[in-house]
Design a protein around this ligand. Structure first.
Ligand SMILES: O=C(O)CCc1cccc(O)c1
Length: 507
């Protein structure tokens, strides 16, 4: 029976409570946006899916005040080695074990249910954020005022509806929200079946210094990922004439694993065939409906960047939604979400496809595919983060579209904890800033060389006197002189002032 009472109203409804939906909900919570998360399942899915995230993701988790809670659940990844069929190293994708300019390590491995539990637990801090499990959305009707969201409450066995200013589809590869947006998919050409096997070791094993491994054996390429604790994953190519059901049967799984382990070493937690795709939705926004995460893009896993891309979506989108909803910014701002994020995620997917090619090739081709053939194998692989696509940056100025570093404050704390999820002006000294008051009224934080010793050298290294950094930590513009600084400041629409997650306060 339909509930006839006036529908509840939310600024944002998020469909899907996976890592991307839960991160977005935490960011919106931080911004004081009234948010409802609707999830079809009752509880966190207990099996691993994503297993890797990077320094930029950890910085987002820091922004939502959950990095410390996540740290006990992760291990640092030393990287991944690419071996040929004879075990010779083709590519060395080692990661530095020092902190990156993001203020975190480059590469973390994790067990997805652990991460989801922390992210979902974090929602309880925001009184204006509600999570409803076992609610399956089936219809979205938008008009000029908002969206009517209809769902089936699976626990109560009845239909209900709410009103939302915006609906964000964090609802995965088979997204319902994408269907309502009416978006087609751009196909980047990679579609392969792989058998994904998660095991729990019964005894410790020698893990080549904890590296993950790509076995570049053209007969049957395979990936080995060293997980947290006793968790290990193998991803093994399914050959064209093999049946997906047959290959996932225990006897066949153990036969395929026999090169590495036997039933005496481990128990199988899950073995299933997945088809890895490389697709990007053509339209990420239609009015009040938007996509984030796998609903917007899917990548082969070889870079460990699938979930990272979704977390970046959340960080890019949340402050823009907050600006539109709470500060009256023009909704066109939301169009910069796709224009900025799509080229970035496309670059990562294309690199993952090239790496997938490497796994099928021999040494010399591996070097060429990495763009860096050298006299002596192995080739060292260094993955550079792509730039943001065109959007809000002042394109003619240095560093626009790059990530800004996180600085160490004079009291040894991290600068993002001081500045929060806000715009920040980085300047050598604030004394000469005539617009200081206006900046602070507009919620733009100021960080100077007096606050952080490493700030001045960074500005000078790039030949600039100031940089304007967005809440998602990307440089919006910079200034080489006073005139450019005035231009930069004049161009900023007053953004929302949002507290640091260290001291949350509801709107
Ligand atoms: O860098 C790592 O340790 C793992 C990256 C990764 C994760 C999942 C699949 C894959 O092929 C690579």
């Amino acid at each position: 029976m339909q509930d006839k009472s006036t529908p509840e109203e939310f600024d944002v409804v998020i469909v899907g409570r996976g890592p991307v939906g839960a991160t977005l909900a935490n960011l919106l919570g931080l911004c004081g946006v009234r948010t409802l998360v609707l999830e079809r399942e009752a509880r966190t899915y207990h099996l691993p899916r994503a297993v890797h995230f990077d320094d930029e993701c950890m910085r987002v988790f820091q922004t939502i005040g959950l990095a410390e809670a996540i740290l006990p659940h992760v291990i640092l990844s030393p990287g991944m080695l690419f071996l040929d069929a004879a075990g010779r190293m083709l590519l060395d994708w080692s990661r530095p074990q020092t902190l990156t300019p993001m203020g975190w390590h480059l590469s973390y491995r994790f067990h997805q249910p652990d991460l989801e539990d922390v992210l979902i637990g974090g929602l309880a801090r925001w009184p204006h954020v509600t999570l409803r499990n076992r609610c399956e959305v089936f219809a979205l009707d938008q008009d000029e005022h908002g969206v009517r969201v209809r769902c089936e409450d699976l626990s109560k066995g009845r239909l209900s509806e709410v009103r939302a200013g915006y609906v964000i589809g964090c609802d995965g590869a088979r997204s319902l929200v994408r269907r309502f947006i009416g978006s087609g998919m751009d196909d980047l050409g990679f579609h392969e079946r792989w058998l994904v096997i998660d095991v729990l070791l019964k005894r410790a094993r020698d893990d080549l210094g904890d590296y993950s491994l790509q076995h570049c054996d053209p007969r049957r390429p395979a990936t080995y990922v060293r997980g947290t604790g006793m968790r290990r994953r193998w991803e093994i190519t399914v050959l064209p004439d093999e049946d997906s059901q047959d290959v996932a049967q225990p006897a066949k799984v153990w036969e395929l694993l026999s090169r590495w382990i036997t039933p005496a070493d481990a128990e199988i937690e899950r073995a299933a065939v997945y088809t890895f795709h490389s697709v990007i939705a053509q339209q990420w926004r239609n009015g009040r409906l938007l996509l984030a995460g796998d609903s917007a893009h899917q990548t082969p896993p070889f870079l460990g960047q699938g979930m990272c891309a979704g977390i970046r979506d959340a960080a890019n989108l949340a402050w823009k939604l907050a600006s539109v909803i709470r500060e009256g910014a023009a909704p066109d701002l939301l169009d910069t979400y796709q224009s900025e994020r799509l080229p970035h995620v496309r670059a990562f997917i294309e690199l993952a496809i090239r790496l997938g090619g490497v796994i099928n090739t021999k040494a010399i081709e591996a070097g060429l595919a990495a763009g860096e053939a050298r006299e002596n194998a192995p080739v060292k692989l260094d993955v550079k983060k792509p730039l943001l696509g065109p959007g809000l940056e002042f394109g003619d100025l240095p560093l626009a579209g790059h990530l800004a570093p996180q600085f160490t404050l004079t009291d040894a704390s991290r600068s993002d904890d001081r500045t929060g999820y806000n715009h920040v002006l980085l300047v050598e000294t604030a004394a000469a800033l005539s617009s200081r008051l206006m900046l602070s009224q507009a919620g733009i934080k100021i960080l100077t060389s007096d606050d952080a010793n490493d700030l001045g050298p960074w500005l000078r290294e790039h030949g600039i006197i100031a940089a304007l950094v967005r809440p998602d930590r990307y440089v919006r513009g910079s200034a080489r002189n006073e005139a450019e600084l005035d231009r930069l400041i004049a161009a900023i629409a007053p953004p929302t002032q949002i507290p640091s997650a260290q001291a949350p306060s509801a709107a």
